[in-house]
Write a protein that binds this ligand. Structure first.
Ligand SMILES: *[C@@H]1O[C@H](CO)[C@@H](O)[C@H](O)[C@H]1NC(C)=O
Ligand SMILES: *[C@@H]1O[C@H](CO)[C@@H](O)[C@H](O)[C@H]1NC(C)=O
Ligand SMILES: *[C@@H]1O[C@H](CO)[C@@H](O)[C@H](O)[C@H]1NC(C)=O
Ligand SMILES: *[C@@H]1O[C@H](CO)[C@@H](O)[C@H](O)[C@H]1NC(C)=O
Ligand SMILES: *[C@@H]1O[C@H](CO)[C@@H](O)[C@H](O)[C@H]1NC(C)=O
Ligand SMILES: *[C@@H]1O[C@H](CO)[C@@H](O)[C@H](O)[C@H]1NC(C)=O
Ligand SMILES: *[C@@H]1O[C@H](CO)[C@@H](O)[C@H](O)[C@H]1NC(C)=O
Ligand SMILES: *[C@@H]1O[C@H](CO)[C@@H](O)[C@H](O)[C@H]1NC(C)=O
Ligand SMILES: *[C@@H]1O[C@H](CO)[C@@H](O)[C@H](O)[C@H]1NC(C)=O
Ligand SMILES: *[C@@H]1O[C@H](CO)[C@@H](O)[C@H](O)[C@H]1NC(C)=O
Ligand SMILES: *[C@@H]1O[C@H](CO)[C@@H](O)[C@H](O)[C@H]1NC(C)=O
Ligand SMILES: CC(=O)N[C@H]1CO[C@H](CO)[C@@H](O)[C@@H]1O
Length: 549
């Protein structure tokens, strides 16, 4: 365990010293400044494409080269799209003749390796059992990205099965993709399960990436990779042909370097889909999707009430490290100075929630059904696996799945539970969750106080919104100080806490309140710009200017 970690650490350090150079200030060709890809935003890319400074073809080549430059250290991308350059050329031709599909036209985006595409790429959740499997069409997420003109550049590594297999694995590890590392400290835990999406977005290996969340899998890797992450209301984004954990909790959202870029991506992927009934509860079905980009408003806090769940902060005190708590307390002052009234917004069912395991019952029950449904959608299923019992059998006997070193404890629990989401016991557990997250959680706190959102350190923000399906945005809040003592993760192979590791601030709201949360995230981001305070230890050297003919 230890020696394995040290090997990774030394490898990372030696590569880092080869790659880290003096700050890059951009390259000037014919009087034009090429943007630096670690900090470029969508609007700057669109300017460059429209002015002819570079093409989408150039962009794809640059991003692919950057991926190859750091992949052997960070393992953040599992597959590149072999058609990406062809697609880029087509989109360049369309732009040249005046057809632009929208702001994402010709912009490379990475997606997590549990979101299916109907092309040459595999959709595996990191398992060898799904390498070679075929789906009947694009997932709705992939279809919406293509319709918006985005180029799906590749698939990102993840905690295997979105972290729903093992009781003793590590974040960002999958059998198919290996161990993902984050870029702010050698050997850094990338968190998960959208680990590769977080790392890739943080160092500019695409404009941004999509992740998925059941309980923390967008928010947590966004936090430790210094990103903005939006975990949408369950049902805002379609889960059709996304490898599931739970129909009641799964959701897909953007992970980007700025709030506005995340808003652009959310605009493209949100909306009702007949292939996912949960999306039909979206109020936009009777109107139109809000304008998330226009919601980026510097004055969003003016005249609003923002809640602080003091009893949750107190109960979770031991999980909030002093630098995070200090930064959070300062954030309360900053939000007040930006025009908000700060109110106590306690979660009254929180103590009871901490002693309940209803969420596990719900997730297990959903997983048994939803996984079988995903298998049944496949048009080619290489091992003919149809349900969780068979998947466990495969995983325990296929050598590359690293069993029993990484166990199947979560599945053992689900199979032992035995009953699924058609059972009356499911409804009892689910109703308890709806209380803990609803009246006893975020929704009750908002209703009682008339607050527009509750703010919380991201490290403790995902749980309550997860069980009730409500939205959260996380934005950069700060970094652990340079003299922080390194603490390893439970598995012993990753740096969980250490110098320069980023952390985040969450705003959580009522269902379908994404536009308002984006406003708060933007207003906070624009006042602080903490993202720029610390650079990753590992940044690709290759830049767009290297590929422009
Ligand atoms: C990642 O790195 C490995 C090892 O250098 C290489 O073989 C592989 O092709 C790379 N994959 C991608 C998608 O860049
Ligand atoms: C523009 O180019 C696209 C892609 O090559 C093509 O499908 C479309 O018909 C062209 N439109 C015009 C107006 O030429
Ligand atoms: C998908 O998996 C197949 C089977 O292993 C492999 O041949 C193919 O190269 C993979 N696709 C990509 C884009 O890596
Ligand atoms: C949506 O709900 C309807 C009515 O219950 C059902 O017939 C249909 O199969 C569902 N569709 C999906 C994609 O789950
Ligand atoms: C849409 O409007 C119909 C008719 O008024 C209503 O029954 C339905 O609940 C509405 N749906 C949503 C998601 O608001
Ligand atoms: C919220 O909880 C904190 C800590 O438990 C407590 O001190 C405070 O009085 C509570 N606020 C309200 C308005 O109940
Ligand atoms: C689920 O929640 C209910 C209601 O609070 C509680 O009585 C029950 O003990 C919980 N179940 C478990 C297994 O924690
Ligand atoms: C769910 O449980 C029901 C009732 O026990 C059973 O008939 C059904 O086959 C189960 N579904 C799955 C996918 O296991
Ligand atoms: C698991 O594998 C064993 C040995 O190949 C087989 O006998 C058994 O039927 C399998 N069980 C399931 C649920 O697939
Ligand atoms: C993980 O748990 C399994 C089963 O308890 C055990 O065999 C294995 O050694 C554990 N792995 C590690 C790294 O501790
Ligand atoms: C880190 O430095 C700060 C400021 O000098 C100091 O207050 C703190 O105790 C130091 N922490 C450690 C772990 O050495
Ligand atoms: C496809 C790909 O790049 N896979 C790499 C993932 O990471 C492992 C190491 O953990 C490499 O061996 C693979 O080549």
């Amino acid at each position: 365990m230890r020696s394995c970690f040290l090997g990774a650490l030394l490898g990372a350090v030696s590569l880092a010293s080869a790659l880290t150079v003096a700050p890059y200030t951009g390259t000037i060709i014919k009087g034009k400044q090429f943007p630096r890809l670690i900090e470029v935003d969508l609007e700057e890319l669109v300017d460059g494409l429209e002015s002819g400074l570079f093409t989408s073809y150039d962009l794809v080549r640059a991003y692919e080269a950057r991926i190859m430059e750091v992949n052997s250290t960070l393992h953040m991308v599992t597959e590149l799209n072999p058609d990406a350059l062809t697609i880029a050329s087509q989109l360049d031709s369309m732009r040249a003749n005046g057809t632009v599909l929208g702001p994402l036209h010709g912009i490379p985006i990475l997606i997590k390796n549990n979101i299916a595409t109907y092309d040459k790429m595999n959709n595996t959740a990191g398992s060898w059992s799904l390498v070679g499997a075929k789906v009947p069409r694009d997932s709705t997420m992939a279809a919406k990205l293509r319709k918006a003109g985005a180029i799906i550049l590749g698939k990102t590594n993840l905690s295997q099965w979105a972290n729903y297999r093992s009781d003793n694995s590590s974040n960002g590890w999958s059998a198919y993709g290996g161990q993902t590392y984050a870029a702010y400290y050698p050997g850094q835990d990338p968190s998960g399960s959208s680990s590769g999406s977080g790392v890739s977005s943080s160092i500019g290996l695409a404009l941004a990436a999509l992740g998925t969340e059941t309980d923390g899998s967008i928010l947590s890797p966004s936090e430790v990779n210094n990103l903005v992450g939006i975990k949408p209301t369950v049902g805002l984004t379609s889960r059709y042909l996304v490898i599931p954990i739970s129909e009641h909790q799964d959701t897909i959202g953007p992970m980007a370097r700025s709030v506005k870029d995340a808003a652009y991506l959310l605009q493209a992927i949100a909306g009702p889909d007949p292939n996912d009934n949960y999306t039909l509860a979206n109020p936009a079905i009777n109107g139109s999707t809000p304008d998330y980009v226009a919601a980026c408003n510097y004055n969003a806090f003016a005249g609003k009430k923002i809640g602080v769940a003091r009893n949750v902060i107190a109960a979770y005190g031991k999980y909030i490290d002093p630098p995070v708590l200090a930064a959070f307390n300062e954030a309360i002052t900053q939000v007040a100075a930006a025009g908000a009234e700060i109110v106590d917004a306690n979660f009254t069912g929180f103590a009871e929630y901490l002693n309940s395991n209803n969420e596990s019952l719900v997730l297990n029950a959903d997983f048994l059904v939803d996984l079988a449904k995903y298998f049944s959608e496949l048009t080619y299923n290489p091992y003919g696996i149809e349900n969780l019992a068979e998947e466990r059998n495969f995983t325990q006997t296929f050598p590359l799945e690293d069993y029993p070193q990484r166990d199947t404890g979560v599945w053992d629990g689900a199979l032992k539970q035995g009953w699924n989401n058609t059972d009356p016991r499911f409804w009892a557990a689910y109703q308890a969750d709806l209380y803990f997250g609803g009246e006893g959680g975020i929704l009750g706190a908002l209703a009682r106080t008339n607050a527009s959102a509750v703010m919380m350190p991201t490290t403790i923000s995902p749980g309550i919104p997860a069980i009730v399906g409500s939205p959260v945005i996380t934005v950069p809040l700060g970094f652990y100080p340079a003299n922080t003592t390194v603490v390893l993760n439970g598995f012993g192979n990753l740096v969980a806490t250490g110098p320069n590791v980023p952390f985040g601030l969450s705003f959580m709201g009522a269902k379908w309140s994404e536009a308002e949360l984006i406003g708060f995230g933007y207003a906070y981001e624009q006042r602080t710009m903490y993202r720029n305070d610390v650079q990753p230890y590992l940044v690709p050297n290759i830049e767009l200017a290297d590929f422009v003919s």
